[in-house]
Design a protein around this ligand. Structure first.
Ligand SMILES: [Zn+2]
Length: 356
């Protein structure tokens, strides 16, 4: 299994060595794509059709992207190593059976490794919807990495009524650590990578993941870089309305921003915080046209206020919606393309809840 992944990684690497550019050396990053269903008959919002999926793979191949295993990307980022430009990691959340039917054969054909975040409780309870352990073993042996999406796919940051901090922590341990034990028992020890269900995280949950030795993958966009918190790693959603190759290609060619600190660090704002101000601190801005930095909240374009040379803030012009949303900020790179940074927000309704 390990040898095959190494081989897939190396075959992906053949094409990059001659073309390292200075912008990607200055701002090394990995573009992590996030998919769910690969099917024409599942809910459109979380699906990409098999045809569209193949278009994505063809685009990656034709434009010399280096699709590497998630462990390889993590190793480079943890080591502060040089990351080949145009490096991509492909991920699927939930482990639906249509990934086996419609994505796995194509990925194998293209020689692209990928990762699947699975829910052990769910896959055992609903064998008709999800890949079985046996099927996961098969794809693991053929280039996939099987990683952790929690036992239950709950909204983990929501507290139960009258739940104490200790009770919540015990529930989180049951959801995250026992899922890892189930995965390891079936597949041998796997890397401790956790994808937050719905992309929902909080500083309290991040702290637990850190204590338990996990990396945390979220669903706000941007390249994974040395500046990404290890427990809030961004990914680019690539299905539903994000499947469009024209917009996806802009993201695939984006660079990270060197963000050292931002607020709100907790995506969950209160119901009454209708227009939360986002503040972003940079450690460097070389090669970035900061005058042209703009942020986007829904369809509103927000001009930043520069608090200092390296810190800006933006405030939404309209109320952010109930539920999950993001404020994305981009600035043109002097060498082409955009630097990209995204902040996740969750605004509950007056009852403290929000839609799936
Ligand atoms: Zn999921």
């Amino acid at each position: 299994m390990k040898l095959l992944k190494l081989f897939l990684t190396m075959t992906g690497l053949i094409s990059f060595s001659a073309c390292a550019g200075s912008a990607s050396e200055e701002y090394p990053g990995v573009h992590v794509l996030q998919y769910h269903h690969v099917s024409a008959t599942t809910p459109a919002v979380t699906s990409i059709t098999p045809d569209q999926f193949e278009q994505h793979l063809r685009y990656l191949k034709e434009h010399d992207f280096n699709v590497v295993a998630i462990e390889q990307a993590a190793e480079w980022i943890d080591a502060g190593a040089t990351i080949p430009r145009k490096t991509v990691v492909i991920t699927f959340d939930d482990g639906y059976d249509n990934v086996l039917e419609n994505a796995h054969p194509k990925l194998k054909e293209y020689g692209f490794p990928y990762a699947v975040f699975v829910n052990p409780d769910l896959l055992e309870a609903h064998p008709s919807a999800y890949m079985s352990w046996q099927q996961l073993k098969t794809i693991d042996a053929e280039g996939a990495t099987i990683v952790n999406h929690g036992q239950t796919h709950d909204h983990l940051i929501r507290r139960n009524e009258n739940e104490s901090e200790a009770q919540w922590q015990a529930r989180m341990k049951q959801d995250v650590v026992s899922a890892q034990q189930a995965i390891d028992a079936q597949l041998g020890e796997q890397p401790k990578y956790f994808a937050y269900p719905y992309g929902e995280y909080s500083p309290a949950l991040e702290k637990l993941l850190e204590d338990w030795g996990f990396k945390g993958f979220a669903q706000h966009s941007g390249a994974w870089s040395q500046w990404s918190p290890a427990t809030a790693i961004p990914r680019f959603p690539a299905s539903g309305r994000y499947a469009n190759l024209e917009t996806l290609s802009v993201k695939l060619n984006s660079l990270p921003m060197a963000v050292t600190h931002y607020t709100p660090a907790d995506p969950l704002v209160s119901h009454s915080e209708t227009r939360p101000t986002v503040t972003v601190e940079l450690s460097k801005a070389e090669g970035m046209n900061t005058n042209a930095l703009r942020c986007f909240a829904g369809s509103d374009v927000l001009e930043p206020h520069w608090d200092s040379e390296m810190q800006f803030s933006v405030t939404p012009k309209s109320d952010i919606p109930i539920g999950r949303s993001r404020i994305n900020c981009t600035a043109p790179s002097t060498s082409g393309g955009y630097h990209w940074f995204s902040v996740a927000l969750i605004r509950p309704d007056s009852q403290g809840t929000w839609p799936d």
